[in-house]
Design a protein. Structure first.
Length: 138
C-alpha cells in the first residue's frame, strides 16, 4: 500500500456530488514549500493535490471552504494529460481515506475543527449540558 499525507490549504470550496448512488466530496489542497536555493535566494514551490473523498459521512462539507487548512491522507494517483495547446501536464490526485481540519476558532469563539473523519467515524450527538467532574469517565 502507498499512503500519502498532505497538510495544506483548500484552494476552493468543496463540491459534493452523487455518482452512481455514492457520495463524493471533491476539493483541491495546495502545499507550499519555502526554501533557499544554492545562492541563498528564497524560493517558493506550490504543489496542488486534487482530492476525492468517497463517503457517506458528509457532515464535514460545510467546513471544507477555501483557505481552510486540512490534513488529508490516502492513496495517491498520478495523471498525465495534454492541454489544448499540446503541452503535457501531470496532476497529483488523492483518494482520501482520512481528513481533518487544522485551525483555530470561528468568530463566535467555538472550535471550527471537528475530530478526524474517516469512513469508520461515527457522528457524535451534541452535549446538551455542561459536564461536571462527576460526569468524566476518569
Amino acid at each position: 500500500m502507498i499512503k500519502l499525507q498532505v497538510i495544506g490549504n483548500l484552494g476552493r470550496d468543496c463540491v459534493q456530488r452523487e455518482v452512481n448512488g455514492k457520495n463524493v466530496i471533491n476539493f483541491s489542497v495546495a502545499h507550499t514549500e519555502r526554501y533557499k536555493n544554492a545562492t541563498g535566494v528564497m524560493q517558493e514551490k506550490t504543489i496542488w493535490v486534487e482530492c476525492s473523498y468517497w463517503t457517506d459521512r458528509t457532515g464535514i462539507v460545510p467546513y471544507l471552504t477555501k483557505g481552510k487548512t486540512v490534513y488529508v491522507e490516502g492513496a495517491p494517483e498520478a495523471d498525465v494529460f495534454k492541454k489544448q495547446d499540446g503541452e503535457a501536464v501531470a496532476t497529483l490526485r488523492l483518494r482520501v481515506r482520512e481528513i481533518q481540519l487544522i485551525g483555530g476558532k470561528d468568530s463566535q469563539g467555538g472550535s471550527d475543527t471537528p475530530q478526524p473523519v474517516t469512513s469508520e467515524t461515527k457522528v457524535a450527538q451534541p452535549i446538551e449540558h455542561e459536564q461536571s467532574a462527576d460526569d468524566l469517565p476518569f
